[in-house]
Design a protein around this ligand. Structure first.
Ligand SMILES: [Zn+2]
Length: 122
């Protein structure tokens, strides 16, 4: 996915060329639209920056909420359980990414399966 700020900067570059052409055209209505468009593009870029910052914060929060953070885990039946016996948490996600992903009870091929990586235990 292309970064929204990179896309906005490309739009601004094209817009500047359009603005130069409008100045040569000597058309008041066109210049007014160009100025309005300039404000709209800058506003859009500002919103994009806010979304990007919020997205970074949310990703960090998800990682924190699903990470180890002091939980006492024990390995039982090829999956992790916490000290209150909550689980099973996916051993594949925990061992590779330090993320605690609660496995879903499926009862089909596997007894439990990870919702993220689809690792299964029987
Ligand atoms: Zn997993």
């Amino acid at each position: 996915m292309q970064d929204i700020i990179v896309a906005a900067n490309a739009l601004i570059t094209t817009f500047k060329e359009l603005k130069e052409l409008s100045e040569k055209a000597d058309n008041v209505k066109l210049k007014t639209h160009i100025l309005t468009m300039n404000e709209q593009i800058l506003n859009m870029k500002e919103i994009g920056l806010e979304y990007r910052d919020e997205n970074i914060t949310l990703k960090e929060e998800i990682k924190r909420l699903t990470s180890f953070e002091g939980r006492e885990l024990k390995l039982k039946n090829r999956a992790y359980y916490d000290k209150d016996n909550h689980g099973p948490y996916c051993p594949n996600c925990y061992d590779n990414d330090r993320q605690l992903i609660l496995m879903a009870q499926t009862g089909v091929i596997f007894r439990y399966q990870c919702r993220k990586c689809e690792y299964g235990i029987k």
